[in-house]
Write a protein that binds this ligand. Structure first.
Ligand SMILES: O=C(O)CCC(=O)C(=O)O
Ligand SMILES: [Fe+2]
Length: 295
């Protein structure tokens, strides 16, 4: 029987079981509500989905995002395909290294370029970042490990003192695809997405469904704070990120075969854990759900 279970924990995914594949359209409102309230939803499935099936599941949460953005010269640039393959276990070879040249996705692991091990939210370098991201497990490390880790950025905001909250009101973060001044330990991300326009988003974001405030920061792509001296803005961003990682509620998803995990980029940050053996597979299909301009 279809069931959405909410654990006692203050922060963890809404756990969805008893899902009859393809017969899910009547659960759209309940799933959207669970995502807005909890920030993460996990659907446990009996088998891997065909692409069409996964698309229909993603659409229960909203339209699938076509990753095309506006460029500085007034054109359009496709920075990804609608369905992405996250191959986080892929081990770099010298041959591929040579082919990629200057291209860098910003990961920390020299051997596994698809492994994103710093807390971030997705798609922040675009004007209307994806509201949600959906991962469907295709191959998991046979010897275990490799959870996806989350922190609750609503709690990160709530825990700030009143003076800090006042200071953050109306501040905006400047983002760019190519981030030469990456915040350590992050590496500079480089790629053709540099054609995209630079964007700014509010540092404190109001959730489009629940209206609750959250810190909205992505140090993988953030440059500085709009209108503040660069060094001052960057120090504040780092301080807020450190605060979130230290104090906000945290939870990790330990993957089972065929899981579909959905997270709300307005409420949580996420990262991959690299604690699985080099050479083991860890692969997902990924779709993004369209979002409005953050407010
Ligand atoms: O590999 C993971 O656990 C997270 C991947 C990720 O950051 C993403 O798909 O946006
Ligand atoms: Fe991500």
């Amino acid at each position: 029987m279809f069931e959405i279970a909410i654990s006692e924990a203050e922060f963890s995914a809404a756990d969805v079981s008893g899902v009859e594949i393809g017969a899910w359209s009547q659960h759209s409102a309940a799933l959207q509500n669970a995502l807005a309230q909890r920030g993460v939803v996990c659907l446990h499935l009996a088998r891997a989905l065909e692409d069409e099936e996964l698309q229909s599941l993603v659409r229960l949460f909203g339209p699938i995002k076509d990753p095309v953005g506006r460029t500085k010269d007034g054109g359009e640039f496709r920075y990804s395909e609608p369905r992405q393959v996250i191959d986080s276990g892929f081990v770099m070879t010298d041959e591929v290294r040579e082919k990629l040249g200057d291209l860098n996705f910003g990961g920390l692991d020299d051997d596994r370029p698809g492994l994103f091990e710093t807390f971030h939210c997705d798609d922040t370098y675009t004007e209307r970042p994806a509201q949600a991201t959906v991962l469907h497990a295709r191959a998991l490390p046979p010897s275990g490990g490799g959870p996806t880790c989350f922190i609750d950025m609503r709690a990160a905001y709530t825990l700030l003192d009143t003076a800090t909250k006042d200071r953050l009101r109306d501040l905006r973060v400047v983002y760019a695809y190519n981030n030469e001044d990456a915040f350590p330990p992050r590496r500079a991300a480089r790629g053709p997405g540099e054609a995209l326009v630079d964007v700014t988003h509010p540092l404190v974001r109001t959730h489009p469904v629940t209206d609750s405030p959250a810190l909205f920061i992505d140090l993988d792509r953030a440059r500085h704070l709009d209108g503040l001296p660069i060094a001052e803005g960057r120090a504040l961003l780092q301080e807020l990120q450190d605060h979130a990682e230290k104090n906000a509620l945290a939870w990790e998803h330990h993957w089972a075969d065929h899981d579909v995990l959905v997270w709300d980029n307005a409420s949580v940050q996420h990262k991959a854990a690299g604690n699985f053996k080099l050479g083991e597979p860890r692969r997902f299909w990924r779709y993004m759900v369209e979002g409005d301009q953050p407010r």
